[in-house]
Design a protein around this ligand. Structure first.
Ligand code: 2NL
Length: 357
């Protein structure tokens, strides 16, 4: 029995894992185990011998059993320690940011514009980007020989072979949208027409597609005073400043008379543009009183109705609002611009203005 005790206690002590320990248990205490076999010999013993041997065997069995349990607990503690060491997780680490999409800056600015003019009672009008020459040019008092119609400014669509009607064009401004609105709705009318426009122009400060918003207000007694207030009110809201100053310079457009280009006062303090203060002027839009011929072309009687119209580029006033220095910065994915809108997905280290610099 001492040999058995010695054998199993050392086997238990040496068992490297729970599997090996189980094998030791089966070898000792299993149905066919050595200690079970030993205990089976009790039945053949004489009663007086059996009492002492039985007690000793029970002590041996309990001792082995206790050693097995202790070892099993030690092995499972060690296994847990090992898992805790190898599988630790720092739950205090910040989460990985999710990369979400955002509204394109130009769309966002268009939404801002639309909201400001909506507050002043302007509806939004939309129309086709492929236009007839009537809506894009003739109705706007732009005659066939006008330079704006030339090949080098306008994208012309192809007509089918043998179709000699004048070609459609990619709209060069959103004015045709307003002509359509006036023609359909008549006067009085107050609409803005934001959207894409196209001109065959591509250099460091021009792209062949850009965005424009035009505005139109026709009523019985609309004057340039209404135009001035509307534009000032718009600029205050859009640039989020209390004071703006606009300067109207006499100009010429075929579709307005009189016409004015409008400049806004600003300063440049160390590259930071401030609207409404300073001694610089920046041209932001063109405007005027709608030409009687244009009203007539849209079926509105110029003896009864009059109104103002204006047009401005969206890309530029957006860059002005958000401090982007020039178009190239915009189109080379300048990250000051993109980051302003949370475009972290494009935050690549080797782009101009990247975070890593
Ligand atoms: C500019 C100048 C302008 C208009 C657009 C307009 C529209 C109708 C009738 C008359 Cl339906 N005028 N639009 C008027 C004056 C100027 O745009 O520099 N745009 C970027």
């Amino acid at each position: 029995m001492d040999a058995l005790r010695e054998k199993y206690l050392s086997a238990i002590a040496a068992a490297p894992g729970e599997g090996a320990l189980e094998e030791v248990r089966v070898a000792a205490l299993g149905k066919k185990g050595e200690i079970s076999a030993l205990m089976a010999t009790l039945g053949k013993m004489a009663p007086e011998e059996r009492k002492a041997a039985g007690a000793a065997m029970n002590v041996l069995k309990d001792e082995i059993d206790a050693a097995l349990r202790a070892k099993k607990a030690a092995l499972s503690d060690a296994a847990l320690d090992e898992r805790l060491r190898s599988e630790w997780l720092d739950v205090t680490l910040p989460g990985r940011p999710r990369r979400t999409g955002t509204i394109h800056p130009v769309s966002q600015v268009m939404d801002e514009l639309t909201a400001i003019f909506a507050d002043m009672g302007f509806a939004v009008a939309e129309g086709p980007q492929v236009e007839s020459d009537w809506y894009n040019f003739d109705a706007l008092n732009i005659p066939p020989e006008h330079p704006a119609r030339q090949e080098h400014d306008t994208f012309f669509m192809h007509r089918a072979e043998g179709d000699n009607r004048p070609p459609h064009v990619l709209r060069t401004h959103t004015s045709p949208v307003q002509i359509r609105a006036m023609t359909e709705q008549g006067a009085p009318i107050r609409v803005i027409a934001p959207g894409r426009v196209y001109r065959m122009d591509m250099d460091q400060t021009h792209t062949p597609m850009f965005h424009q918003v035009e505005g139109l207000a026709i009523d019985r007694d609309i004057s340039m005073a209404n135009l001035k207030w509307t534009l000032e009110e718009f600029c205050r809201a859009f640039f989020e400043v209390d004071r703006v100053e606009l300067r109207f310079r006499a100009s010429h457009f075929p579709f307005t008379e009189p016409s004015a280009e409008v400049d806004i006062r600003y300063s440049n303090v160390g590259g930071q543009l401030r609207i409404g203060e300073g001694d610089k002027w920046m041209e932001i839009l063109g405007s005027g009183m709608v030409h009687p011929k244009v009203l007539q072309a849209a079926g509105v009687n110029p003896d009864e109705w009059q109104g103002f119209a204006f047009g401005m580029g969206i890309d530029r006033i957006a860059m002005l609002k958000y401090g982007i220095p020039d178009l190239r910065a915009f189109f080379e994915s300048d990250l000051r611009w993109l980051r302003h809108y949370g475009f972290s997905a494009l935050d690549l280290p080797n782009l101009p203005g990247g975070l890593s610099r």
